[in-house]
Design a binder for this molecule. Structure first.
Ligand SMILES: [Fe+2]
Length: 130
């Protein structure tokens, strides 16, 4: 059965003990708090805050998905070696920006897949539609 690593299920002790491992796999949704109905806006999904994920042939981020509730809005796929990750540079963080619109207030989450460490999920980000 597929295991999804979810931030709300990782204990504080585990977050501290495996800080780098958890950080480099956790996707973060960066979106405006409020948008206008039907008007497109940018949503960026970034993996990690402090630690860059490796990007080599047998260990890389293969895909990033953006959801509104149970509905997948967008998906990006990566070949190994294209995100510049693994060079421990600020620019090496895996990130993708989607251009989307919402008809009603959205509850956005992101999922990402590491070829070695499985599926990881972000916290939920609410985008209010006015
Ligand atoms: Fe990994």
């Amino acid at each position: 059965m597929l295991k999804i690593n979810m931030p709300q299920e990782i204990t504080a002790d585990m977050k501290e003990a495996r800080k780098d491992y958890i950080d480099r796999h956790t996707p973060h949704v960066i979106a405006p708090a409020k948008v206008r109905k039907g008007e497109a806006f940018d949503v960026t999904v970034k993996l990690g805050n402090e630690y860059v994920h490796p990007d080599v042939i047998d260990h890389h981020i293969q895909w990033v998905q953006l959801y509104d509730g149970n509905t997948m809005l967008a998906m990006a796929m990566y070949q190994p070696g294209v995100t510049v990750a693994g060079k421990e540079e600020a620019s090496g963080f895996t990130r993708v920006t989607f251009h989307v619109s919402l008809a009603k207030t959205g509850r956005l989450t992101a999922m990402s897949y590491c070829t070695k460490h499985g599926v990881w999920m972000s916290e939920e980000t609410v985008v209010e539609v006015e």
